[in-house]
Design a protein around this ligand. Structure first.
Ligand SMILES: Nc1ccn([C@@H]2O[C@H](COP(=O)(O)O)[C@@H](O)[C@H]2O)c(=O)n1
Ligand SMILES: C[C@@]1(CO)OP(=O)(O)OP(=O)(O)OC[C@H]1O
Length: 159
């Protein structure tokens, strides 16, 4: 088989702060997120999608939250590591599609910057990376603005 699909999902609770990191982009917000690293749900979901496609476990196994090396880590480094594993195992990232779930902050104005940041980190064309968002119509923990979530799917193509 010359194709692999991967799926990732991540959640972080909102906490004190004035911004959230999303797709490697600093997005101003009235809250921050509670996390061991920078709490970037977009990049964490994408890392898990890449690892899932490779059947190599999940982000917490590669970067344990008990390890102080990852305290306040920049999640773009996690993505670079996961993408390097993709290449080492003989695959290329075909495309990735990411959905952010939150009422706020609005993602649309920052989506292009996120796409470009992810594309550069993975060495792929920007049109291979999709970032979009939805509210959950004020339902559930995202609807109550208690936290933020992201889902990602990716397709790997044999080199
Ligand atoms: N955090 C968000 C949520 C949504 N958007 C954009 O708004 C559109 C409408 O959202 P609905 O949940 O009401 O369908 C959505 O399609 C996104 O384009 C956003 O930018 N940021
Ligand atoms: C990213 C890691 C790094 O220690 O911690 P968190 O920033 O808390 O994020 P999470 O999405 O729970 O993934 C687990 C860890 O790998």
């Amino acid at each position: 088989m010359n194709l692999r699909i991967g799926h990732g999902f991540d959640v972080h609770a909102f906490g004190d702060g004035d911004h959230v990191m999303l797709g490697g982009v600093r997005v101003p917000h009235v809250r921050g997120v509670v996390a061991h690293s920078d709490g970037d749900v977009v990049l964490h979901a994408l890392c898990d999608a890449l690892l899932g496609a490779l059947a190599l476990g999940d982000i917490g196994q590669h970067f344990p939250p008990s390890d102080m090396r990852w305290k306040d880590a920049n999640s773009i480094d996690f993505l670079r590591h996961c993408h390097a594993l993709v290449r080492e195992h003989g695959w290329m990232l075909g495309n990735a599609d990411i959905t952010v779930l939150c009422e706020r902050p609005k993602v649309g104005p920052h989506a292009q910057a996120m796409r470009e940041t992810i594309a550069i980190a993975c060495g792929v064309a920007v049109d291979a990376i999709s970032v979009k968002a939805t509210t959950t119509e004020k339902l559930g923990f995202t609807g109550r603005e208690e936290g933020i979530a992201a889902e990602a799917v990716c397709l790997l193509v044999r080199e």
